[in-house]
Design a binder for this molecule. Sequence first.
Ligand code: 5GP
Ligand code: ZN
Length: 143
Amino acid sequence: MRDDNCIFCKIIAGEIPSKTIFEDDDFKVVLDVSPATKGHALILPKGHYADIYELPEEIASKIFVLAKKMAVHMTEKLNCDGFNIIQNNKEVAGQTVFHFHMHLIPRYQEDGNGEKICWNHRNFSEEEFLDIQQKLNGMQPSR
Ligand code: 5GP
Ligand code: ZN
């Protein structure tokens, strides 16, 4: 449930100071210490799960409901013009703290970040698209 070497576990336990903006039984939401914009916050599940692969479905099912409520609340209070929700998994995808977290990033006209949080668009052939579709299609819907 807790990893003694994890900075976010220490924040959740109150052993490292943080600026909390919301807390319930499952989550703590804190301001990011190195924010992209005014109000950039992190949803932290209280249990230690390294990434989305370890996150239990029960927690996963609650997190986007909270993200939605936080987005509405933050937009109202901060008067931002838009909102990014970002969640990185594994080093190759930009994760630097290995305790699952979801970024809540209020966006403002001219906040200096460029409109889209960035990736390059690639070209795939029809054959490659079909191959990818074939690999991915077929997961059973949850009951
Ligand atoms: P990641 O790159 O793993 O998706 O995001 C990690 C985030 O955690 C970064 O945006 C970073 O600024 C933030 N962060 C790292 N250490 C601390 C800390 O001690 N306190 C807070 N509030 N945020 C932190
Ligand atoms: Zn942790």
